[in-house]
Design a protein around this ligand. Sequence first.
Ligand code: C2E
Ligand code: MG
Ligand code: MG
Ligand code: MG
Length: 276
Amino acid sequence: RAKDAGRGATSFFEPSMEARLRERDRMERDLRAALSGSGLSVHFQPLHACATGEVTAFEALVRWNHPERGAIPPAEFIPVAEESGLVLQLGERVLREACAAAAGWERPCTVAVNLSPLQFRRGNLPLIVAEALATTGLSPSRLELEVTESLLIEDAEGVLKAMRSLKALGVRLALDDFGTGYSSLSYLRRFPFDKLKIDKSFVQSIGADPGGRAIVEAIIAMARSLQLRTTAEGVETQEQLDYLRRQGCDEVQGFLLGRAMAGSAIPDFLGHPAPA
Ligand code: C2E
Ligand code: MG
Ligand code: MG
Ligand code: MG
């Protein structure tokens, strides 16, 4: 019907396709400019050992402060970066900045970096990671790379090869947002993961419904029998933290323990960690 009515007829009800494409193009152009100028930075969110509360790691999270629109969440611009290929440049930059920051921390915490499937598809990822480690002097054992299940359903052979090269460098691999994708559980054995990150949607259902608790419990038990470590994401309440502790989850991450902070705030944070 909209097609018959011609251009402009649809815009009364929803932003036209044309407007959305214009918006997307604008974001791509602005992101490209930010990549060669300023506005992009890397923030770090702490991960704590569940049993002791000690800070074990920081996850690097990219931040974009747009000159006119202010902070734009990654959920809005990462998809544009992926479609346009800009995520290759962006990812390399986050990786290098994260490794450089971690190399300067007074405690040998791990740094976790999110990788997009496109970075795996390029084939040169192990080389890029090796270079980032070499130029910053960060020990490979302190770098953890996070991928999502969406990576595992495409070109499994190529992905497996890249993962093996990364493992050979001595870095660790984590499966992010676990439970939200469509991958089969057999992937957990097939791919050389070290850790599962339990998605925040499950963690946040801990207090709310018994079904949510059952899923968290099952994931932790399964991970343990596969000798995978577990991190619970999105921990916002003491009740969730206590529960995860009782279940023997290894690490926790969430607003209850700490939000992402600028790299410059880390020395102080490590000096005076928030009680967990
Ligand atoms: P993620 O890797 O699962 O990162 C965790 C997200 O959960 C972050 O959102 C973090 O701020 C948020 N979070 C942490 N604790 C809590 C909590 O207690 N409650 C709630 N509601 N949220 C919490 P952020 O920074 O907006 O990033 C969103 C996603 O964007 C990330 O999810 C990741 O998939 C992607 N992303 C961020 N930085 C990068 C990057 O450098 N490269 C790539 N490829 N993706 C990135
Ligand atoms: Mg992540
Ligand atoms: Mg996640
Ligand atoms: Mg996520």
